[in-house]
Each structure stands twice: as C-alpha cells, then as structure tokens.
Design a protein around this ligand. Structure first.
Ligand SMILES: *[C@@H]1O[C@H](CO)[C@@H](O)[C@H](O)[C@H]1NC(C)=O
Ligand SMILES: *[C@@H]1O[C@H](CO)[C@@H](O)[C@H](O)[C@H]1NC(C)=O
Ligand SMILES: *[C@@H]1O[C@H](CO)[C@@H](O)[C@H](O)[C@H]1NC(C)=O
Ligand SMILES: *[C@@H]1O[C@H](CO)[C@@H](O)[C@H](O)[C@H]1NC(C)=O
Ligand SMILES: *[C@@H]1O[C@H](CO)[C@@H](O)[C@H](O)[C@H]1NC(C)=O
Ligand SMILES: *[C@@H]1O[C@H](CO)[C@@H](O)[C@H](O)[C@H]1NC(C)=O
Ligand SMILES: *[C@@H]1O[C@H](CO)[C@@H](O)[C@H](O)[C@H]1NC(C)=O
Ligand SMILES: *[C@@H]1O[C@H](CO)[C@@H](O)[C@H](O)[C@H]1NC(C)=O
Ligand SMILES: *[C@@H]1O[C@H](CO)[C@@H](O)[C@H](O)[C@H]1NC(C)=O
Ligand SMILES: *[C@@H]1O[C@H](CO)[C@@H](O)[C@H](O)[C@H]1NC(C)=O
Ligand SMILES: *[C@@H]1O[C@H](CO)[C@@H](O)[C@H](O)[C@H]1NC(C)=O
Ligand SMILES: *[C@@H]1O[C@H](CO)[C@@H](O)[C@H](O)[C@H]1NC(C)=O
Length: 594
C-alpha cells in the first residue's frame, strides 16, 4: 500500500510540471565534496576515464562480454567457414582480460544517417535472425562503445534511452514499452512546420516557444537550439507518438535529463554499448582564417570536440583534457550547483545544430535558418546573445593546458558535431584510455549524389594528426578520388591491419546500392513513409552484409561474417603473439587497404 501511495504521489507531481517548468534549470547548494572539473590527463602523463565509465566497462567485460562474444562466435560458426583456432580461443574465452574492445562510430547526415546507422546496427544485432544467418549478428551485443553525432546522435541517444530495443522497434515504435513512439518519421525534425496544416504548425511553434520560456525567464540564454531541442524531444525521447505529437497531453520529454541514462535498465545491466554523443566547440574565429575553411566548414579542426556521456561532458583533446559531471551541467563554481540544464533533447539538439555552419554571413544564415532565428528573436529579448549556437555555461573557465581558446568564456558555444567537416564521431573512440581494438566507422556523409566518398573520414585522419600525442590513426588514402576509384565506399574496408598502435578500423560507407538495386539510401528527406524507411533499412542490411562481391546481382562474400570476426579478434591475437592464419589471413589480405 505504501508503495502505491508513493508511486501515485510521484506520478502526480511529475504530471503537474508543465513542459516549461520541467525544462527550466534550477540552482541549489552543491553537494559536500563537489568537484566541478576532472582533469583527464594525457597519454604521456597518465590519462584517466571517469570512475563511472571505468566501472561500466570493467563490469561489462566481466558480466556481459564473455557470454556476448561466445554467442557471436556461434553465429560466425553457423556460416560454416572454417575458423582458425585462435578465433575460438579468443571469442570463447572466459577471461575478461582477453575480451576485444569494439567501438562503433555512426555518422551524421540527418534521418538518412540515422536510418543507415540503424540498418548497420540491425545487421550486427544478435536478435535479428537474418543477421545471424549472415554471420554478423551478435557483434552489437559484444560492442563496448557507440558514438553518434547529429543524425547519428538521434540513433545513439534514442536507442540508449529506449532501453536498447531492436532497431525495427526503435524506428517504428512498435511493441516498445514506456510510451516510446518511434522516430515519428512522418513529421520533419529540422523544421518549424512539421505538419501540413498551417494552424497546427502555428500551434506547434507556440508550444515549443512556451516549452523554453521558463528557461529564459530564469535568466538563461535561449537560442534556436532550444527550439530544435523541443523537436528532438518529440522524435527521439519517450512519450511522444504519432497521435500525441501535436498536442500538449505530454511534455514531450521536457525534464528528461541526459544523466537519466544512468537508470535505464540495460545501461544498469551494462548490456548496452557505452553511449556517447559528440558536438563541436565553436570559437570566435575570423571566418576563413584557417583550415576550417579548407575543410569546407566553419569550425576549424583545432577546435575542441566535446562528448556527452551518461556521467560527464568534456573532451580528451589535449588543449582541454577535462570533464564536468553531466548532472550538474550549467554549473560554473563549486558552491552553487545547477541541475536540470542537461536536458537530453537539448544535448541531442546541440549535436544536430548544423545551422551555425550557415553563419558565415547574416544573409546566409537567414536563408537557411531564418524562420528559427526570427522565432527565437521575436519571442525573447536577448541583446548580444548569439542565436545560432547552443550556449552552455562554461565549467572549464581557467582549465586546459594554456591553448584552450574558451578558457575565459562565460558560455561555451556548441554546434553540430559535423560542422568541423568530420561527420563520423571517431575522436572519442581514439582516446587511448579507452583502448579500442576495432572501430567500426559508419560514413553516411553526403558528398556526391548524397553518397559518401570518404571526405569526412579523411578529415578525421588529418585532425587526429594535429594531436599526435593524443591520437593514433591508421594510414588511409588522403584523396577521395582514391576512395572512389578503389571502391572503398561501396565495400567494407579495413584500415590499420599492420599498425597495432592504432585501432583497426572497419570502414562501412554509404557509397552506392548493391549491384542491381535501385538507389534508396541516398535519399535525404526530413519526412519518410514507413515503406521508404523499411526499404532503406533493408538495403542497408544488404550493404552491411554483402562484403566484397564480384559485382553480379545478388552476389555476396560468404566469408564476410568470418572476415569481420577476424577484424574483431585481430588486436587480441597480436597481443597473444599468434600469427594470423587460415581464413583470417586471406580475409585480411582481401579487406585491408594497403
Ligand atoms: C524510456 O522508456 C523505456 C521503456 O519503458 C525505459 O526503460 C527507459 O528507462 C525510459 N528512458 C528514460 C530516459 O527515462
Ligand atoms: C495545451 O494546449 C491548449 C491549446 O493550445 C492550451 O489551451 C492549454 O493551455 C495548454 N496546456 C498547457 C498545460 O500548456
Ligand atoms: C596544449 O595542447 C595543444 C594540443 O595538443 C598543443 O598544441 C599545445 O602545444 C599544448 N600547449 C602547452 C602549453 O602545452
Ligand atoms: C557561482 O555561480 C552562481 C551561478 O550559477 C553565481 O550566482 C554565484 O555568484 C557564483 N559564486 C561564486 C562564488 O562565484
Ligand atoms: C533581433 O531583433 C532585434 C530587435 O528587433 C533586431 O534589432 C535584430 O537585428 C534581430 N536579430 C536577428 C539576428 O535577427
Ligand atoms: C553570426 O555570427 C556572428 C559572429 O560571431 C554573431 O555576431 C552573430 O550574432 C551571429 N548571427 C546570428 C544570427 O546568430
Ligand atoms: C584569458 O585571460 C587571461 C587573463 O586575463 C589572459 O592572460 C589570456 O590571454 C586569456 N586567454 C584567452 C584565450 O583569451
Ligand atoms: C541517388 O543516386 C543516384 C545515382 O546512383 C542519382 O541518380 C540520384 O539523383 C541520387 N539521389 C539523390 C537524392 O541524390
Ligand atoms: C586527388 O586525385 C585526383 C586524381 O588522381 C587528382 O586529380 C587530384 O589532384 C588529387 N587531389 C589532391 C588534393 O591530391
Ligand atoms: C570497382 O567496382 C566495379 C563495379 O563492381 C568493378 O568493375 C571494378 O573492377 C572495381 N574496382 C576495383 C579497383 O576493385
Ligand atoms: C531483420 O532485418 C531484416 C533486414 O533489414 C528485416 O527485414 C527484418 O524485419 C528484421 N527482423 C526483425 C525481427 O526485426
Ligand atoms: C559472383 O559471385 C556469386 C556468388 O556470390 C556467384 O554465384 C557467381 O557465379 C559469381 N559470378 C562470377 C562472374 O564470378
């Protein structure tokens, strides 16, 4: 009886909060012993993960990975490809120390990228029978880290917060508990006009403005990212469905905090890969003054790349190498602690704020984001506030190694993780303390015909080379012409087979349809029918499971499942001093770029 009363009281008080109240940060005394900034060190002086992340990974290695890798091994064995003995020994090991560390980085590119990434995850998911038949299913369950930015953050965050459902359920919202309604693909994400009816759109805009009014009235700057945030809440958080999308019967995820991930059941059980959302630091740089322009973007590659995880926000980039606890984001000193700033929808919105890229001139931003700028500017009076970036009180004032350009800023300006020309969120998975063995890089960047040609992957390599003390990147061709000429974007390619100091990168790009199929995965829509989304996922499944083919219609590499598993065990094989052999020797000869 007592429990019932408590539960009801809890529900009632939550329901009583309006979206605007739930979205408003609050201030209070900091807890005893509160520490605002964690210095993450450097590989040379001793780099550390947060204690919570370290515990997450250690527990996962002990309680999840041995079973997950054994199950994955069974899948690979089902393909009847003869495997070298070391594959059985490593994937079948009971020893947490021998477990390979796998990370997946899934790229930006709005819904196209979210769907393509989802299709690849489906191909790696041990819950899908077709994926088991192809010999790739089960690797997702054995993956330690997953990072996403922009459209990829929609996938990574929604998957994590919805308690890790299979992607068909994630995307379409069928059979998921907790009121989660799927991505609501039939309504646009990056628009203030998601319906086809003017009155509905007007009401939608007034609701999203109302949602962020409490934050503004409490003295926080609000920008177009707060409006975008409320769109993200309606698409990628629990509680919004197709039928309640436009009404205010729910708060559409206002008040859901990024740190709430800590209590999602499959995060608590460590069954999920550790989720990371990536966004870029924007600095007051003279436009076109350096390499940022060369990369075709506004954010220079030397800017800090930030990550948000269930426990903290910050960066391992050496000029900062510091983190702040995520549940107190908004806090700038150790006496007054802010809570409720870390709205999950705001963080996903920050990662997806591509509008700042247009701010090379007032005219160009008004052309691309004029309606957003106008709505926020007309709704709130904030002279001097930059309206096209996400504004975070800067917890890192005075931090960094002397080269941190925002050291004196009151607010950090944060923009889309792809604004630095790096659509694949690879940087967190290069962090040495994370010791990633195999990095699956999913590239859905739109370069030619909305297909990837390797350009943003190249930008990740050149950016890593700016910080040689922090990151090691395997050799890759530095010209997109080579990617295209060698078909590296239309077949999975391994990089770093002979550089054990780097992760081995399994590069899977959206470079073109399988032989004989129409072009589906280069669609770049903001609204989707279930039929098109389903066709998209199915084609992605074929692209992720065909391997290298001879180009005839329907052809597949029957050894692809085994070859991928060879890439997964390769670093641990090396550590054990075993030579590559059998199918792994031929697979790596075939899939490695040299
Ligand atoms: C979303 O709903 C799922 C299913 O009920 C639940 O497990 C998960 O914890 C919820 N996520 C958040 C962030 O509350
Ligand atoms: C919900 O929307 C209706 C119609 O716009 C409005 O009258 C009402 O005040 C709103 N309720 C809340 C709690 O915002
Ligand atoms: C700080 O780190 C940056 C990036 O690695 C480096 O270029 C710079 O020299 C460092 N500054 C100092 C003072 O160590
Ligand atoms: C700490 O930060 C709060 C704002 O969050 C501010 O009001 C307060 O003055 C600051 N205290 C000190 C000692 O700087
Ligand atoms: C915002 O509104 C003010 C006052 O109307 C106007 O002066 C200013 O130019 C507007 N800013 C933008 C970015 O539209
Ligand atoms: C665009 O950037 C400039 C330079 O930082 C800034 O002054 C201006 O407010 C920005 N424009 C908008 C509309 O946010
Ligand atoms: C930060 O402020 C200090 C002290 O005023 C100054 O020496 C330093 O140059 C400033 N750094 C930046 C990047 O603005
Ligand atoms: C998709 O790619 C095909 C070529 O394969 C091209 O004809 C088509 O225009 C592309 N679609 C889009 C939307 O870019
Ligand atoms: C890339 O390769 C193409 C074709 O070989 C060549 O024309 C082009 O100059 C190269 N670009 C760069 C930046 O090296
Ligand atoms: C690239 O793919 C095409 C079509 O399948 C094929 O004709 C060509 O030989 C391939 N090129 C290389 C270098 O593999
Ligand atoms: C498994 O993946 C295939 C390929 O995308 C899809 O058609 C099928 O519906 C999926 N099965 C389940 C149970 O999700
Ligand atoms: C291409 O590979 C498929 C198997 O995936 C095979 O059936 C077919 O005969 C091959 N075609 C050629 C021309 O080698």
């Amino acid at each position: 009886m007592l429990f019932t009363i408590v539960a009801l009281a809890g529900t009632a008080s939550v329901a009583a909060l309006t979206a605007s109240q739930a979205y408003t940060p609050t201030a209070g005394a900091c807890p005893a012993g509160f520490s605002l900034v964690r210095n993450a060190g450097s590989p040379a002086t001793g780099q550390t993960l947060s204690p919570s992340e370290a515990a997450y990974i250690a527990t996962k290695r002990e309680t999840v990975l041995p079973h997950a890798f054994r199950t994955y091994l069974d899948t690979v064995v089902r393909t009847q490809v003869q495997l070298p003995a070391y594959m059985y020994n490593i994937l079948g090991s009971e020893d947490p120390e021998q477990m390979p560390t796998v990370g997946i980085a899934t790229s930006g590119g709005a819904y196209r990228a979210a769907l393509f990434g989802a299709g690849v995850l489906n191909a790696l998911d041990g819950r899908n029978e077709s994926s088991l038949e192809r010999g790739t299913g089960g690797l997702l369950q054995a993956t330690s880290y997953i990072s996403g930015l922009s459209g990829g953050s929609w996938l990574v965050y929604s998957l994590a917060q919805a308690n890790f459902p299979p992607v068909q359920q994630l995307v379409f919202g069928e059979n998921v508990e907790g009121g989660y309604g799927g991505w609501n693909l039939e309504y646009g994400t990056l628009t203030l006009y998601p319906s086809t009816d003017d009155a509905t759109d007007a009401e939608y805009m007034s609701q999203t403005v109302a949602d962020i009014t409490g934050k503004y009235e409490a003295g926080w700057p609000v920008s177009i990212v707060d409006l975008l945030s409320r769109s993200m809440g309606r698409h990628f958080l629990n509680d919004t469905t197709q039928s309640n999308f436009f009404d205010n019967s729910t708060v559409h995820g206002a008040g859901v905090l990024f740190s709430d991930l800590q209590t999602v059941p499959t995060i608590m059980s460590r069954e999920q890969p550790f989720p990371i959302v990536v966004a870029d630091g924007w600095s007051k740089y003279p436009y076109g003054a350096d390499g940022g322009e060369a990369l075709g973007s506004l954010v220079p590659p030397s800017n800090v790349i930030y990550e948000f995880n269930a426990y903290e926000m910050g960066s391992y980039d050496p000029q900062l190498a510091a983190f702040a606890p995520i549940q107190y984001l908004g806090t700038t000193n150790e006496s007054v602690c802010i809570t409720g700033f870390e709205q999950a929808s705001f963080i996903v919105g920050s990662s997806s704020d591509y509008y700042a890229a247009s701010n090379s001139s007032y005219a160009s931003i008004m052309a691309s984001a004029g309606s957003w700028i106008t709505l926020v500017n007309e709704s709130f009076t904030q002279p001097g506030v930059q309206l096209d970036v996400a504004l975070y009180p800067n917890p890192f004032q005075g931090a960094g190694n002397g080269s941190f350009t925002e050291v004196n800023e009151t607010y950090l300006s944060i923009v889309d993780g792809g604004n630095d020309g790096q659509a694949i969120p690879i940087q967190p998975l290069l962090v040495k303390a994370r010791a990633i063995d195999t990095l699956i890089a999913i590239d859905v960047n739109a370069e030619v015909n909305n297909y990837a040609t390797g350009g943003d992957f190249i930008s990740s390599a050149t950016r890593a080379a700016l910080f040689p003390e922090a990151y090691s990147f395997p050799p890759i061709p530095l010209n997109t012409s080579t990617f295209v000429a060698e078909n590296l974007t239309t077949r999975p390619t391994f990089f770093g087979c002979n550089t054990p100091e780097t992760p081995l990168i399994v590069y899977i790009a959206n470079g073109g349809p399988p032989a004989g199929q129409p072009a589906v995965t280069n669609t770049s829509d903001d609204t989707w029918t279930p039929t098109l989304a389903e066709a998209f996922l199915d084609q992605t499944f074929d692209m992720a499971t065909q391997g290298i083919t001879n180009g005839t219609v329907g052809a597949r590499d029957a050894e692809w499942g085994a070859c991928l598993a060879c890439a997964v065990v390769d670093r641990e094989r090396y550590r054990q001093g075993i030579a590559r052999s059998g199918v792994c020797e031929t697979c790596l000869a075939r899939y490695c770029w040299s």
